[in-house]
Write a protein that binds this ligand. Structure first.
Ligand SMILES: Nc1nc2c(c(=O)[nH]1)N[C@H]1C(S)=C(S)[C@@H](COP(=O)(O)OP(=O)(O)OC[C@H]3O[C@@H](n4cnc5c(N)ncnc54)[C@H](O)[C@@H]3O)O[C@H]1N2
Ligand code: MOO
Length: 408
């Protein structure tokens, strides 16, 4: 007998996105220095050229490249030395044919010059004569005005998670503050009479709370904010009070444990007790994570994550990450690679199966080897590099085939 009304992962995701299609996390303006990993809420169009002037990429002499043509070690070209450009200052001189001006790395190229010859390739004969030993091509050792970023260019798309290199680009444009999506606010509730926090020595029969720590970390990685974290016993009233308060101060409530159909599994009953849609997914054809719950209460999203530590992490990735990525429209590539299967593995018919693997390099090739363990064993994930998704209609994995590995 099946207590769950199983849906596929795709059906569950579609339903969830349809129910919460009007979810809006809002935006805020924050200082650039604090924006690492935040999600840009408006595309950045450059109002400037970077650089604003032609710059030298080396210490050397600005010249007309045509003057160097034919120059060699044995037949140097003679140029007249016209002084120097000072770092950070406007180059007021103009170069004519037959002339050279000293320019430091990053210095402004004087008008008329179109290349910079490195000091290693010249010889200063006296204060006014320079010998050139190498031919240069047009634009050599110069970054032209707007070469890096052009005025009017769309430089970073809305929905991008800001990396250190993006922050550098934004700094080059002088943007001291930027518009980002507000961090989704999460409340984590770990349920179970057996659960104690990690600062308590567990009596026999009790276990330490793993899930709220791994979920906390997943939320941080995702760019969310944890506004509360608590452990609640398997008691309908206590859990309802806790969820009630959590819904008032967060965007998303995660309830770990109590998702199954045991006599002390109250998660779905609690979600159904609020005015609203209540539970609309209870049971997904996925392994691990079958008892997954998705519901709505007081207008907020509530996820009932299976208590087994591996299942709670996988379900967070499959549903909660998907929820955030789609509703905020985050443009991010999935962190994955490919590897040759080093093993045969049967699938669980009708269920999307997540098989943990370790990646090994052998004779210049990348292989994936399985890591086995039960979903109640948290070390299974930290021993693994990633997982393979076996689709419900597949028979399994065949040794020798190449597959995507989703990195953890
Ligand atoms: N009759 C059935 N029993 C179970 C089914 C089923 O289909 N029929 N599904 C199994 C599967 S699959 C899973 S997964 C679990 C999910 O159970 P719950 O979500 O109700 O979780 P609990 O029973 O509360 O806990 C399961 C397991 O995980 C441990 N746990 C719970 N919370 C934490 C935590 N925060 N940190 C570390 N470990 C935690 C808990 O002690 C249990 O060992 O149901 C199966 N049963
Ligand atoms: O499929 Mo349950 O979610 O771990 O064992």
């Amino acid at each position: 007998m099946d207590f769950f009304n199983l849906v596929t992962v795709d059906e569950g995701r579609t339903k969830m996105l349809q129910v919460f299609k009007d979810y809006n996390f809002g935006t805020e303006e924050i200082s650039l220095i604090n924006s690492t990993n935040r999600i840009l809420s408006a595309s950045i169009i450059s109002k400037e050229n970077v650089p604003e002037f032609n710059r030298s990429t080396v210490d050397g002499y600005a010249i007309k490249s045509s003057d160097s043509h034919g120059a060699s070690e044995s037949m140097p070209t003679f140029l007249s030395l016209m002084g120097e450009v000072k770092m950070g200052e406007n180059a007021e001189t103009r170069i004519s044919s037959g002339e050279a001006t000293y320019v430091p790395t990053g210095g402004m190229i004087p008008a008329g010059a179109d290349a910079v010859i490195m000091i290693e390739n010249v010889e200063k004969l006296d204060d006014s004569t320079l010998l050139i030993y190498k031919p240069l091509s047009y634009g050599e050792n110069i970054i032209l005005k707007g070469d890096d970023i052009k005025e009017g260019e769309k430089i970073i798309d809305k929905g991008k998670r800001l990396t250190p290199q993006d922050i550098g680009v934004l700094a080059s444009l002088g943007l001291q503050s930027i518009k980002v999506y507000k961090k989704p606010r999460f409340f984590i509730i770990s349920t179970g009479d057996e659960i104690v926090d990690i600062d308590v020595e567990p009596a026999l029969g009790k276990i330490r709370d793993i899930n709220s720590y791994s979920l906390f970390s997943l939320i941080q990685n995702l760019g969310g904010e944890v506004v509360g974290r608590t452990i609640v016993q398997d008691n309908f009233g206590l859990l309802r009070d806790c969820v009630d308060k959590a819904l008032d101060i967060s965007d998303i409530v995660l309830i770990s444990g109590g998702s199954s159909v045991g006599t002390r599994d109250y998660t779905s009953k609690v979600i159904d007790s609020f005015n609203g849609k209540g539970v609309f997914v209870h049971g997904v054809s996925i392994k691990p994570g079958k008892p997954t719950i998705i519901g709505e209460g007081k207008g907020k999203a509530i996820f009932g994550l299976p208590g087994h530590p591996v299942s709670s992490i996988i379900i967070f990735k499959v549903f909660v990450e998907h929820f955030i990525n789609k509703l905020i429209d985050i443009k991010e590539n999935q962190n994955k690679t490919t590897a040759i299967m080093d093993f045969n593995f049967p699938s669980s018919p009708g269920r999307e199966t997540y098989q943990m693997v370790k990646i090994i390099e052998r004779e210049g090739k990348t292989y994936a080897t399985p890591v086995f363990g039960k979903s109640g064993m948290i070390s299974l994930l930290s021993k693994s590099d990633g997982y393979i998704i076996i689709e419900p209609q597949e028979e399994g994995i065949y040794k020798g085939e190449e597959r995507d590995i989703y990195l953890l």
